[in-house]
Design a protein around this ligand. Structure first.
Ligand SMILES: [Zn+2]
Length: 201
């Protein structure tokens, strides 16, 4: 399960859109829907049926596209953009999160950066991540500060590639940019295969 904090981090560290992970066919779109939570029948253990067009319509509604129910050019273009690795079913995930009471048990938290991107200096990355957390803490009743060296942090940020031992293998250049986990896991992972920059592109 993942957390939304990565969205803020994306605002401050962004990657260019890519030529990979393009959605060109119905098979590509179905893979996308399975991956991002639009197909309730994917991995279902009970008999299940859903039409492709209804998944397309749900996606088009979410991204305010014209609801054609078909894989038109505007829909393919939107689906081909680089994005967060979390499911789009935010409300249902939040409901699950509430049911599990997955929240931090304390209001003073720390973070550490275990590994860095190759395109941005460590000091710049430190500044960007600090600003990203500040963007949250300016509006929520949490204090989030860098952990002291050799201290165990609540949030552990990593830039990793491919299989990084959490069952959420990164997909290389394009597609998924990053993912994060609910409290009190605190893992925040970024795909090093992305062209990270210090500014929006
Ligand atoms: Zn990961």
């Amino acid at each position: 399960m993942k957390q939304i904090i990565s969205i803020v981090l994306f605002i401050l560290i962004e990657a260019a859109s890519s030529a990979n992970n393009q959605v060109k066919s119905q098979d590509d779109a179905l893979t996308f829907f399975n991956k991002y939570g639009y197909n309730p029948c994917f991995n279902s253990t009970v008999q299940c049926s859903i039409s492709f067009s209804s998944m397309i319509k749900e996606y088009q509604t979410k991204f305010r596209l014209k609801q054609t129910g078909s894989l038109d050019e505007a829909t393919k273009k939107q689906m081909s953009r680089s994005r967060c690795g979390n499911h789009d079913k935010g409300k249902s995930e939040l409901r699950i999160m509430a049911q599990l009471s997955t929240k931090w048990s304390r209001s003073s938290l720390t973070y550490s950066i275990r590994s860095y991107p190759t395109q941005i200096s460590e000091s710049s990355t430190d500044d960007i991540i600090r600003d990203a957390f500040k963007a949250w803490t300016d509006h929520i009743p949490l204090k989030i500060e860098p952990a002291c060296s050799n201290c165990k942090a609540n949030f552990v940020l990593e830039f990793a590639e491919g299989d990084h031992r959490d069952n959420y293998t990164f997909d290389g250049f394009g597609g998924t940019l990053a993912h994060a986990f609910f409290p009190e896991n605190g893992g925040v992972h970024f795909d090093t295969a992305e062209p990270w920059t210090e500014r929006s592109v």
